[in-house]
Write a protein that binds this ligand. Sequence first.
Ligand code: G6P
Ligand code: MG
Length: 214
Amino acid sequence: SIQACLFDLDGVLVDTAKYHYLAWKRLAEELGFVFTEQDNERLKGVSRTASLEILLEIGGIKLDDAAKQELAERKNNWYVESITSMDETEILPGALEFLKECRSNGLKVALGSASKNAMLILNNTGLTPYFDAIIDGTKTAAAKPDPEVFVLGAKEVGVPTENCVVFEDAEAGIEAAVRAGMRSVGIGSPDTLSRANLVVPSLQQMSVSRLAEL
Ligand code: G6P
Ligand code: MG
């Protein structure tokens, strides 16, 4: 049975996936190539440095480490600009209700995000108090699809991996859940999230009773 729910942040609980995309797209434009929404699927859930590597590969650009560092910083500054003014209106439909339902049913709730900006987002949207454990990009060494972020989350809430379910909007995140030995719910389209046990358009379609379908 499911005893813990592990949530990705960007694109699952909050509407920040669009800000990440806009910032990467802007960077690609400055570098002189087009970066499509389809290209962006490969970046979802992936750490900042790993995302930049993929972006540069798409653009066919080779750079040294110092130049890469500068570009990653430039992207992050634009991104942080978009999220500093965020508030609870940018919580995605159904997310808050489902978090509350999980807690009132005695399920453990953990965050499993690659983002180093997670605390800023959680605090700005008022979501911080809903988590028993918060694992973000400041606490992990390996990026999704490595399972580390979810394995650490399960450990911190004291639930065996086979009793955990991961909520993810990214292919890399579903893959991380599979490698962690966890079940997964994809948030988005079944086309991109085919490996998830269940795919729903948003957390609005999710409820504790539906966890029995997994
Ligand atoms: C999330 C997003 C990614 C982002 C990563 C790192 O997983 O889905 O698009 O690249 O976090 O975020 P950060 O805020 O640290 O750049
Ligand atoms: Mg995500």
